[in-house]
Ligand binder design. Sequence first.
Ligand code: GAR
Length: 210
Amino acid sequence: MKEKIGIAVLVSGGGTNLQALINAEKSGALEHGHIVAVISSQRDAYALERARIAGIPGYAFVRKELGADEFERRIAETVDSSGASLIILAGFMSILSENFVKKYPDRIINIHPALIPSFCGKGYYGLRVHEEALKRGVKITGATVHFVNEIPDGGRIIMQKAVRVRDGDTPEKLQKRVMRQAEWIIYPKAAEKVCRELIEKEKNNGKVQS
Ligand code: GAR
């Protein structure tokens, strides 16, 4: 059997990036990764339905109900017990604490719907990013996959793809184009790259899941 890295995908909403990852695993494009858990910060996220359809265990933890510490403790417990060694944030709309992030160095990746360092950091998420890009009048935007560290959107960049802004774009139109032309393409590719590199690393520690 091929060596694979266990992946926990953290979501909050529609989960189209999760779907792109599920599809990539199915098609073999995500050859070295296996999604073992989907964890949502919203009980009614459609991403959980996507997980259910794909037969992946889904979990929901709500920060407001649990408090910040317990919220992160439950996430970490679920990640660890599922056997995941890579955390993929896919539209996860909650900023993880420095404490949490430091537990998983170089093992958390995120996708941001702009070309970092533009339109990123605290307060820039989802549709807001595209609203700001249109307000500023940029002609090129895109998406960025990066490692997560203690600075919001501040970790090492793994992959980027540019997308053209068109006359008459609305934030919604631009968001869809960025997803279709960039996010759903580069996220599975970047995930595969990181998984491959982790396998190399884990081989040396004798810790690969097969
Ligand atoms: C995506 O556009 C993703 O890049 C963005 O939220 C959307 C989630 O959509 N993430 C951020 O803004 C993180 N700062 P999805 O649930 O359909 O994947």
